[in-house]
Design a binder for this molecule. Structure first.
Ligand code: COD
Ligand code: ZN
Length: 364
């Protein structure tokens, strides 16, 4: 099958034929229908996040089940499925405690399947599976718990979004921060994931949702998803601007959705007394972020991280599908660019250029 392979960081993905094994016990072969262009893959391409190489990236995907391995009961051939990049084992401490987004077995096995081996190869060499999804390819072998059946009424590109940016962003507001009605919210970084944080805050009836970005185009686009105000961080100190928009108080809930020490500090500094700062972005490895220790205590602030929106894929993705189908999540306006797999490097260049909204690779 055709796939886009990352051999070396800071080099383009290589489009070539690779071998894919049959699904083993508990695994499923999926024909990929769509794959989202998310900044997280870019972090691996740039070497800001580490993955064993060579690897096939792509962790925001959806497709159709083609064949299932022995013992699979959660899905069957013909099902349309959303792929989860944290397929949970259901048995570890994190899964048992209800935090399947942090599954210990998944984390321990990283870019290998849950049994610690690869299904992807080229000339006898293993190729690693990003998030056990690796959907920048025509087909993917994934654990059955990473397949979330979805109605065929949901277009493939939208289903793919519900595999990453929707749960990561909406979940950060709904499950992690639990934004309260009437509160003020500031979202630093309004790309594909940040727009979903905005939609999550709108869903929970936040009164004021301030979009913060360095690009005017992203700020304008954010208005379509529920932002009520915007702050251009390249014009003037974003902290001062958010304070001005909140009567000098700062925002009750702030979100960092880019991944840098600078934006984490900004999200912290623009939060209100008793405010909650939720960090979604993963900064480059070894980054240390800082905040004023006195302010933390005297103003009773909370700072927390969130991974995959603290969502439990098999429970919460179907809920997000329902929110989309009932018109409460504007995912139709989110995906604005479509590409073939052979245009994948262009798709990432467009993201770097600051094109608004989400891009998606679509397969016939
Ligand atoms: N201030 C404000 N906004 C900024 C700044 C700044 N200094 N610098 C850049 N931005 C804006 C950009 O203009 C852009 O609009 C936005 O930040 C980033 O958007 P995208 O579309 O490039 O990125 P996303 O939305 O696809 O991804 C953002 C993440 C935070 C998810 C990603 O970068 C990340 O850290 N991923 C790892 C975290 C994770 O959970 N990964 C799992 C799968 S996502
Ligand atoms: Zn992602």
């Amino acid at each position: 099958m055709k796939a886009a392979v990352l051999y070396e960081t800071k080099q383009p993905l290589v489009l070539e034929d690779v071998d894919l094994d049959e699904p083993k016990a508990g695994e499923v072969l999926v024909k990929v229908g769509a794959a989202g262009i998310c900044r997280s893959d870019r972090h691996f391409m740039h070497g800001d996040a580490r993955i064993n190489l060579p690897a096939i990236l792509g962790h925001e995907g959806a497709g159709t089940v083609e064949r299932v391995g022995p013992g699979v009961t959660l899905t069957k051939p013909g099902d349309q499925v959303i792929l989860s990049f944290v397929p949970a084992c259901g048995r570890c401490k994190s899964c048992l405690a209800g935090y399947s987004n942090l599954c210990d077995l998944h984390m321990a096995t990283g870019p290998f399947m849950l049994d610690g081996t690869c299904r992807l190869h080229k000339n006898g060499q293993d190729i690693h599976h990003m998030g056990k999804v690796a959907c920048f390819a025509e087909y993917a072998v994934v654990p059955e718990t990473g397949c979330i059946p979805v109605s065929a009424d949901v277009p493939m590109d939208i289903a793919a979004m519900i595999g990453c940016c929707v749960p990561t962003g909406v979940g950060a507001a709904v499950y992690s921060a639990q934004v309260q009605p009437g509160s003020t919210v500031a979202v630093v970084g309004c790309g594909g994931v940040g727009l979903n944080v905005i939609m999550g805050a709108k869903l929970l009836n936040a009164a004021k949702i301030i979009a913060v970005d360095i690009r005017e185009s992203q700020l304008e686009f954010a208005m379509k998803f529920g932002a009520t105000h915007s702050v251009n961080a390249s014009d003037r100190d974003p902290v001062a601007q958010v304070k001005e928009l909140t009567g000098g108080l700062g925002a009750d809930y702030t979100f960092e959705v880019f991944g840098s020490a600078e934006t984490i500090k900004a999200a912290y500094d623009m939060s209100a007394k008793r405010g909650t700062v939720t960090v979604v972005g993963i900064a480059p490895m070894d980054t240390e972020a800082s905040f004023n220790a006195v302010d933390l205590v005297r103003n009773e602030k909370t700072i927390r991280g969130t991974y995959y929106g603290s969502a439990r894929s098999r429970n919460d993705m179907p809920a997000m599908v329902e929110l989309y189908l009932s018109g409460k999540l504007n995912l139709d306006d989110l995906v604005v660019r479509h590409y073939g797999l052979d245009q994948i490097n262009q798709a990432y260049d467009d993201m770097d250029q600051g094109e608004v909204g989400r891009g998606a690779i679509v397969f016939d």
